[in-house]
Write a new protein. Sequence first.
Length: 614
Amino acid sequence: MNPARSAPLLILVLCLSALSVFAQNDMNYFITRDGDKLLENGREYRFVSFNIPNLHLVEDNMEFEKTNEWRFPDEYEITDALESIKRMGGRVARTYVISICRKDQPNPIPCHVRRPGEFNEEAFRALDKVLEVANRVGVRVIIPFVDNWKWWGGREDYAAWRGKTADDFWTDREIIEDYKKTVRYVLNRKNTLTGKLYKDDTAVLAWETGNELFSTPSWTKEAAALIKAEDKNHLVWDGLYIGQKELQEEILNDPNIDIVSSHHYPDQFNADGMAGNIKKWKARISGRKVYVVGEFGFIPLKEVEAVLDAVIGSGASGALIWSLRYHNRDGGFYHHAEGSGGGLYKAYHYPGFASADEYEERALIELMRKKAFEIRGLKVSPPEKPSAPSLLPIESPARISWRGSAGASGYNVERAADRKGPWEIVGMNIDDSLYGYRPLFSDRYAEIGREYFYRVVALGAAGESSPSNVIGPVKVKEGFLVDEMSDGSRIFALDEDLRFVSKEPRPYKEDASRLKGAAGDWLIYRASGPIRSAEILTFMEGEEVDFEFYLSADGRNFVRTGAKSSRYPTEVNPYGYKLPVKYELTDDSGKMRFLKIVFKTDAQISRVEIRHGQ
């Protein structure tokens, strides 16, 4: 070869090699193992990232009127989740388990396994989409086969289908064969979108025998042997709950096990602290198996940094914090408050928001991003601009929502009298994580009788996105007063015993801004014009006694008015959900400007929307 011509070619090859080093994943290759190291095409593979339990099945669709909080994610949501991981420098996301329906109870969960050996095609089409998007975005996934716990159905439910107990799961031949049916089905499923068998898909980093299992060595060895026999391409991850159980010597000697992991939370026994135990376990496992911190969390930022430093310094292959929830296709994010950690912590939202500073979300996200690059020996890359959001259909300027953009820290809502502008900002730096399962913005200054066009621009550390689609013309038929109960600024007068509360939002459909009262407590709203209608969202805490409602023209003389009530009890109640009750009232008098709401029992108000004329 001519040396003069080979020099540019050599430079090109070196540049391409450098790019491949910086790429988060090369999806042309499976992840393999050499001793206690993961490899991607011969190079060591390490990661710092997140668990995304809802990646293939949403358990947090907490819209007020829904009685079933479960649904499957769509392509937008899955892409948002994995794009968020990618933008944080993550390479991997761990899902929650392959769910199974309960035998003798209501089944709101659209389970993957309807009963042993019978599988839900719709559920697996959602998982097909996860793998298709994972390949496209370039983020790998870890999938556990079964749960130790009740949340999505687990070993107890496999056993129940055979009329046996949860502990029989480890030894009973019928139950073991039922578990194997699920494993075989998953590994040999042909993806309806890509045509690949799951066992031939490089988007899967590893198969996990289960989540937080109390398994016996003999059960684990049999499960691992089955996975290896059916799938020659992928690694096997032991799902033993290290942290509640000790390492099992038999597993460390099993050639079919590639990866062992530990889970770390503040309410479990960690005599030496999380970082100390990580170092201890890595030293014991070193040279024999890959070691990953599969879950950890609900701890202050300094302790998170200590955990990540212990992982990076000890040579462990990776760490996955609990947990990330992604954007909701109906606007905003999915939310999930956690009981552990003193009820302080919630699922994280990328890129972090001031509304979650109580548990250091913005700093946590930044730390995770920094460590995701550090574990790979790379400098932190500059952030990318968010892509354009997608404005959803607008029924009224009182209820404006959009599909958010990965990496956006806020949004400007813009309004114009003409589709082509000029545009004015009517909502600045709106936080789409603030109010879950609610309209994201109300244009309170929209004038009755006017028509407007709307669009949204995403804001991020690297700059603004291009504008969203334009929606309009939107006719303003009436004025409105919207109160999300975050403070008393929209209330005309209120009883001194009422309290604004934000703690423990899970039983209140993840609403973190509520007004708590008891029988006899009251509050009054004053509208800018004659009240036409009102909608009040509430939660009953004790005895189900309806609120009372009164209207007044002058704020002194009130007349009681009727209201339609609608109740939305959840189909199954594992979290102690309170009863959601919606009240709707109307008035045609054209005179009433004041609305008084009176508590008749222990209850909380979630949202008030009053519509009025001029």
